[in-house]
Design a protein around this ligand. Structure first.
Ligand code: ACO
Length: 446
């Protein structure tokens, strides 16, 4: 089928957030560490009334209602998540409740897991299906959902929560570039969740940053090689893309990553006039280049004007919600589609980098070929972010404590954070009421 890509997109994020500047004070770290050092302004969080099932239910139901889709017309449903609440039962199977009324049970797909990469795997599975002999003409729905929480310490301010759903099919306005994916997979212990009695990961933050940047190098260059072969062109640079979207654990890493792409271009063509002030880095090998703070700073400077135009605006949700793990890259996509006018986006090519610790990573791209007026209108991210409710670091801390204590309990009635359902959730949000003696979870919708 022609033009396989995204037909509709919906995002969900928590209604409550805290200010990172207040968290700096509460945590007793130097002012600016989270806001400037990490580039995060706010962080969204969920109390024990929300879990990965509830945020996925909310996002799927909202997408179906807002775009007036029939559950009968969905032939594949893929979920990417690393928020594991059951070692066997998939989130996808929980979402099948939404299909009951339609009578449609012929829905392929199941959950994919590898840190923040699961959503990308889910997307690739959906695209591959629509392009395959097994496709039956119906839509595929991709759900990327996570609640990102860390133990107290340096990683805690890089939490967040969110879910993005993408409706995939033919004749789409947002079309993925066929045959163009640069992938790198490897074995690393940078971030993992071996303790099933805890929601928190074991994380070596600095190693995870290093793995992320090294993966970006490899994926970008593999993508570029495929692009050269496919289009029979000279080696293009980052200027080939009108926008670039990244998995965003925290925004400062994204800025460094974009700078790193300029460094990769520099390695191939140091003679480009834009690199006249960074010639001193010409003779470094790859390892040295990854270690050098001076190089990082210099390329952040070189790439800054381009970063401000092509990357920074897409980080609005990421900077105000935080890491959404699997949903993070797709929240940047939603921000782009929501914030740039639909007319201006037509004809634009967008690069995407997905990274999941452990590790799995890919660089891929799409082009917008038609105005996406409906998507733009429905997303409305600015207004939705602005209609959230501010909470305090004290309350956030208490909520984290309750989540920690209640994790994997049965016979459990939710505690919440003292707010009513109306205060705590946007209209249309699913929330959990209880977990019974057999660990079965029960949800309601606001
Ligand atoms: N004002 C301005 N900047 C400051 C201040 C301040 N007061 N204090 C510190 N900074 C800067 C530092 O100089 C540093 O900048 P740099 O990165 O350019 O060197 C930055 O803030 C962070 O400070 P660090 O001391 O390096 O931070 P720390 O080691 O405490 O934690 C980390 C940062 C490792 C990212 C931690 O938050 C973490 O582990 N997060 C989770 C892991 C993660 O997100 N990894 C990314 C990819 S994997 C994934 O998606 C899960």
């Amino acid at each position: 089928p022609p033009n396989v890509g995204i037909l509709a997109i919906e995002i969900y994020f928590p209604k409550r957030f805290i200010e990172q500047a207040e968290l700096e004070q509460f945590d007793g770290v130097s002012a600016g560490k989270y806001t400037i050092g990490l580039g995060q302004t706010q962080m969204g969080f969920c109390d024990d009334r929300e879990d990965v099932n509830s945020i996925a239910l909310t996002t799927v139901q909202n997408l179906v209602e807002k775009y007036n889709i029939s559950y009968k017309d969905i032939g594949r449903l893929e979920v990417g998540t690393e928020t594991i609440i059951d070692k066997s039962k998939s989130v996808k199977s929980v979402l099948m409740q939404l299909f009951t009324e339609s009578g449609n049970t012929e829905v392929e797909g199941i959950d994919s897991k590898n840190a923040c990469y699961g959503g990308t795997e889910a997307l690739f599975n959906a695209l591959n299906w629509v392009e395959s002999s097994y496709w039956d003409g119906r839509y595929a729905l991709v759900v990327a959902a996570d609640i990102a929480v860390y133990a107290t310490g340096p990683a805690r301010p890089t939490g967040g929560a969110g879910c993005v759903a993408l409706l995939i099919g033919k004749d789409a306005p947002i079309v993925f570039d066929r045959g163009l994916r640069g992938t790198h997979m490897d074995h690393a212990w940078d971030f993992y969740k071996p303790d099933l009695s805890s929601e928190f990961p074991v994380v070596d933050g600095h190693l995870s940053n290093a793995c992320y940047l090294k993966s970006l190098d490899l994926c970008y260059n593999r993508y570029i090689e495929k692009l050269i072969a496919k289009e029979k062109i000279e080696r293009p640079t980052i200027n080939y893309f009108d926008y670039v979207l990244f998995h965003a654990p925290y925004c400062k890493l994204v800025q460094k990553s974009y700078a790193r792409l300029f460094y990769n271009d520099f390695v191939y063509n140091a003679e480009d006039p834009c690199f006249k002030n960074v010639q001193q880095f010409k003779d470094l090998n790859v390892e040295e280049s990854l270690q050098s703070k001076e190089l990082e700073k210099a390329f952040v400077e070189v790439s800054k004007p381009s970063y401000t135009k092509k990357v920074l605006p897409n980080l609005l949700a990421a900077s105000k919600i935080g890491n959404m793990y699997c949903a993070s890259l797709y929240a940047c996509l939603a921000t782009l589609l929501s914030n740039v006018s639909p007319e201006e986006l037509v004809g634009k090519r967008v690069g995407m980098f997905s990274y999941g610790s452990g590790l799995a990573s890919s660089f891929f791209s799409f082009k917008v070929i038609k105005p996406i007026t409906q998507i733009h209108k429905i997303l409305d991210i600015n207004n939705r972010l602005n209609s959230r409710v501010k909470s305090s670091p004290e309350k956030f801390n208490e909520v984290m404590r309750i989540r920690e204590e209640s994790h994997s309990k049965n016979d459990y009635n939710v505690v919440g954070d003292g707010t009513s359902v109306e205060e705590a959730f946007f209209e249309g949000t699913y929330y959990m009421e209880k977990i019974d003696a057999k660990w079965r979870r029960f949800y309601k919708r606001r």
